[in-house]
Design a protein around this ligand. Structure first.
Ligand code: FAQ
Length: 310
């Protein structure tokens, strides 16, 4: 019954152990996981678009092969995550329907345009970098299928981050125009990357409960500050700068600090009014419609195989 289920659940959480799909879990726990994991899956899938924009224009065959592999990895991440969410009882078709109907969230970051080749570098370094900072602690998330999916995803994200940093390093040691292109792209991606960690802690309605359930291990601000400290050092290797002159390590609090972020812009993007929201959703919808014949053919084939074995 529910009381026994709740007691067993509480004991697992208290031991910092794992909840598995067939275990009893509170409805709120299930709901918040479906919310976070499906949003995460959608982010990976929508996140393919800004980079796919540059595949045909990559500056060399080698760069093109690497970028294609990275975009394919994002598709794979989306699939593991949809599978993890499905173990909680929500079918993937339903999640996809919500996404293309504009009812589901995905990360704010993917609503910004990729204007130059340097953006492939800045996305790898800053966006994948922020993703890793946020996701390494999620490898220990209390829900088993989610935590296990995160382990592999984080390994692949590390490779993505290196390739982005290397793109910027090469541009930064190139001509003055190339260096300028790299700097411009860092200037545009810095603040949106910091916003990936979510709203400030005092405006984050889900954090407290998610931390109590061992889904989130650190708060949005804690992870954002840690990330700022990392990129503050890394940008020096590039010989470039971050567009924020207020970054400093506060000896008293032991925390990194950064300049103010425009949370109105974040809210606008979440409300569907960012620079590329409409374009991203239209493209996703179009891809879904274009793929209808594949789904129909697969279903017809499966039905035929089922009849054969009857
Ligand atoms: N964008 O109460 P909180 C990637 C929403 S990495 C949009 O703090 P929570 C890799 C939030 O959902 C990107 N919405 O929420 C890649 C909530 O709304 P709701 C994906 C955001 O869940 C790289 C409301 O604001 N990573 O894809 C954002 O405790 C390159 C209040 O916020 C993940 O999803 C945002 N940035 O904390 C792919 C990581 N922030 O649902 C391709 C897993 C907040 O109540 C290329 N997720 N919101 O309507 C998480 O860790 C958490 O969900 C947070 C938000 C930290 C994102």
């Amino acid at each position: 019954d529910d009381a026994a289920g709740q007691a067993a659940f509480d004991a697992i959480i208290a031991q910092d152990s794992r909840i598995e799909p067939r275990d009893w879990m509170p409805e709120g726990y299930r709901k918040t996981l479906v919310r976070q994991v499906s949003q995460h899956a959608h982010s990976e899938i929508i996140g393919m678009q800004p980079e796919a924009n540059w595949i045909t224009r990559a500056p060399s065959l080698k760069r093109k092969a690497i970028l294609m592999a990275k975009v394919q990895d994002e598709a794979g991440h989306g699939l593991y995550l949809y599978s993890a969410a499905e173990t909680l009882g929500t079918p993937r078709d339903k999640m996809t329907e919500d996404l293309i109907a504009g009812k589901a969230r995905y990360s704010s970051i993917f609503n910004y345009p990729t204007r130059t080749w340097a953006d492939m570098g800045a996305i790898g370094w800053l966006v994948d970098g922020a993703a890793i900072a946020n996701q390494v602690p999620l490898c220990r998330a209390s829900y088993g299928p989610y935590g296990r999916a995160m382990v592999r995803i984080c390994k692949e994200e590390s490779f993505h981050q290196r390739q982005g940093f290397e793109i910027l390093l090469e541009l930064a040691s190139g001509t003055e125009a190339q260096k300028q292109m790299a700097q411009d792209s860092i200037n545009r991606w810095y603040a949106p990357a910091l916003m990936m960690f979510g709203p400030p802690d005092d405006d984050s309605p889900n954090s407290r409960q998610s931390m109590a359930w061992n889904i989130k291990r650190f708060s949005n601000d804690e992870l954002r500050q840690r990330f700022v400290g990392m990129i503050y050092e890394q940008v020096k290797v590039l010989g470039l700068t971050l567009p924020d002159d207020q970054i400093r390590f506060n000896e008293e609090t032991g925390k990194w600090e950064h300049g103010p972020l425009d949370w109105n812009e974040f809210k606008e993007v979440l409300a569907g009014r960012g620079p590329c929201n409409a374009q991203r959703l239209a493209r996703r919808r179009e891809a879904h419609e274009d793929g209808a014949w594949v789904r129909e053919a697969a279903a017809a084939y499966a039905a035929k195989q089922a009849r054969k074995t009857e």
